[in-house]
Write a protein that binds this ligand. Structure first.
Ligand SMILES: [Zn+2]
Ligand SMILES: [Zn+2]
Length: 194
C-alpha cells in the first residue's frame, strides 16, 4: 500500500483494556486534582531497538501521578521495564531491569499548546504507550554490553574472551592479511630491455 505523503493518520482511540491507558474521569477537569496510579501493564510490541528491547507482554511496573492542570492532565512518574538483548561485543544474552522517567502533558482537545506533537486526551482516556516508547528507546544504549569491560570475542576463532582470558594462538595471523598469503607480484610488466 503506497504511503501518501502528508496524509493524516486518523487518531487511534485508546483501548481502555490496555494497562497503558489511563482514565482521567476522576480528575474531572478541576485544576489541582491529583490521582496516584500504580499498576502493572503489559509491554507493547516493538518496544526497543534492534539489538535490545523490552520483550512484548513482559510486565511494565508503572508508578504515576496524574495532575489536573488547565490545559489537560500532567503525567509524571516512572516505569520499570525488563530489557533483553545481546551484548554487542561477545553476543551473550543481556537481561536486566531498567527504570525510566515519564513526564508528559496530555491536553484536552482544543487546549493544545503550540506544539503540534502534543498528546491529547481522547474521550477522557490517555494512552501512555507513545510516552513509554520514547522514554525507553531514548534510554537504550546503541551498543549494549553485558558488562562495561566486556572483552569480546577472539577475532581469529570467535572464542569468548570473558570466559577464557588467557586465550591465545601459537601463531596469531592477522585475518586482514591472511588472504594475501601466497600472493605474488604480477609478472606481466613489460620487460626492461637494455
Ligand atoms: Zn559481552
Ligand atoms: Zn582464538
Amino acid at each position: 500500500m503506497p504511503l501518501l505523503k502528508g496524509s493524516i493518520v486518523p487518531p487511534r482511540l485508546p483501548d481502555p483494556r490496555s494497562g497503558l491507558v489511563l482514565d482521567t474521569h476522576e480528575l474531572s477537569r478541576r485544576a489541582g486534582t491529583l490521582k496516584e496510579v500504580t499498576r502493572v501493564a503489559e509491554a507493547p510490541a516493538d518496544l526497543g531497538i534492534e539489538v535490545i528491547g523490552v520483550p512484548p507482554g513482559s510486565p511494565v511496573d508503572l508508578s504515576l501521578r496524574l495532575e489536573s492542570v488547565v490545559e489537560g492532565v500532567l503525567v509524571t512518574g516512572t516505569a520499570k521495564v525488563r530489557l533483553s538483548g545481546n551484548c554487542a561485543r561477545c553476543l551473550d544474552e543481556i537481561s536486566r531491569t531498567e527504570e525510566v522517567d515519564l513526564q508528559e502533558l496530555f491536553c484536552y482537545p482544543g487546549k493544545e499548546l503550540d506544539d503540534a506533537e502534543a498528546l491529547r486526551i481522547e474521550g477522557e482516556l490517555i494512552d501512555l504507550e507513545p510516552v513509554l516508547r520514547d522514554a525507553v528507546v531514548l534510554d537504550l544504549p546503541f551498543t549494549p554490553l553485558c558488562r562495561p569491560d566486556c572483552a569480546g570475542l577472539c577475532p581469529d576463532c570467535g572464542a569468548n574472551l570473558n570466559r577464557d582470558p588467557d586465550h591465545g594462538h601459537a601463531e596469531p595471523t592477522d585475518p586482514r592479511w591472511a588472504g594475501l598469503e601466497g600472493w605474488t607480484e604480477p609478472t606481466n610488466e613489460p620487460n626492461n630491455k637494455e
